[in-house]
Design a protein around this ligand. Structure first.
Ligand SMILES: NC(=O)c1ccc[n+]([C@@H]2O[C@H](COP(=O)([O-])OP(=O)(O)OC[C@H]3O[C@@H](n4cnc5c(N)ncnc54)[C@H](OP(=O)(O)O)[C@@H]3O)[C@@H](O)[C@H]2O)c1
Length: 263
């Protein structure tokens, strides 16, 4: 294996579909997820699809405070050199702020924000040292504007977008060859995310700008090859993003209210 990609949440959803592209291109895959059994099943499936693909797995709850260091130590112990890090694992917690269990939201903050921050810091240092490597941080279209009933989720993703894009500008300004790509998918119809977050009934998952895990993975792969900094996935969201820049705030919030209605 000439190159290595480390993907959090690689065994399902967009983590899995993007893994297919990297495996086809000959990358060694390193997956970190919550459930070892699920990783075993996904590993067999991918190896049936793409013979010779090398997949190494680490069962790790990325909500735990020392998780990122454990992942970093695992990589070092095995002497793997990370060419691409994809911080993809994430969850959503839906509801009115005063009704949501605070521990659930804190777990989400740890996974979506703290862990992503730590993983980025740890692996970026090595990449800068070698002047080589890419970090792909999965944010969301929820980072574009306030998201009622997804207030903390949206805030974690606003952090991911701002943090990733700021670091990338820093790297560009210092002529580094290292890149941090920020990816903002719209609502994805076919992953476990909506079920895990009890959001199956939200209109946004059957609304105008939905996408699929296949389309997101294709956008990520093509954006990565083209050296893009900021990827909005899929095509309907890209159009809406441009339009939303000229829409007054009140109308934006009216549209958001339609998206979070239960159907
Ligand atoms: N789906 C959407 O509509 C949507 C839209 C915009 C952005 N996104 C973002 O896209 C990313 C991937 O979501 P997805 O739609 O592919 O969802 P998914 O199918 O639910 O995948 C989430 C992945 O994260 C892993 N994960 C969850 N909790 C974890 C934990 N505590 N420790 C380690 N791994 C954990 C899961 O592992 P297990 O399977 O082992 O639990 C799974 O592999 C997330 O960051 C999400 O916020 C999703």
């Amino acid at each position: 294996m000439s190159k290595t990609v480390l993907i959090s949440g690689g065994s399902s959803g967009i983590g899995y579909t993007v893994s297919e592209y990297f495996a086809k291109a000959g990358y060694r895959l390193l997956w970190i997820s919550l459930l070892e059994d699920e990783m075993k099943i996904a590993k067999s499936k991918l190896q049936e699809e793409i013979a010779d693909s090398e997949i190494n797995t680490l069962e790790q709850d990325l909500c735990l405070p020392n998780a990122a260091h454990k992942v970093y130590d695992w990589v070092k112990e095995n002497n793997w050199k990370i060419d691409v890090l994809i911080n993809n694992a994430g969850i959503g917690v839906y509801g009115h702020i005063h009704e949501i269990d605070m521990d659930q939201e804190l777990a989400m903050i740890n996974l979506n924000l703290i862990n992503l921050y730590k993983m980025t810091r740890l692996f970026l240092k090595d990449m800068i040292h070698k002047n080589k490597g890419t970090i792909i941080n999965i944010s969301s279209n929820s980072s574009f504007q306030p998201t009622p009933k997804l207030s903390v989720y949206g805030a974690t993703k606003a952090f991911v977008s701002h943090f990733s894009r700021s670091i990338n500008e820093e790297l560009k300004n210092s002529n580094s060859k290292v890149k941090v790509i920020c990816v903002c998918p719209s609502a994805i119809r076919d992953t476990n995310f909506k079920k895990a977050g009890k959001m199956e009934n939200l209109k946004t998952f059957s609304g105008l700008a939905t996408t699929t895990s296949k389309e997101v993975a294709k956008d990520i792969w093509e954006g990565f090859l083209k050296g893009k900094d900021f990827i909005i996935s899929g095509w309907k969201m890209r159009i809406l993003y441009r339009i939303s820049a000229i829409i007054p705030y009140k109308i934006q919030q009216f549209l958001v209210r339609q998206e979070i209605k239960e159907v």
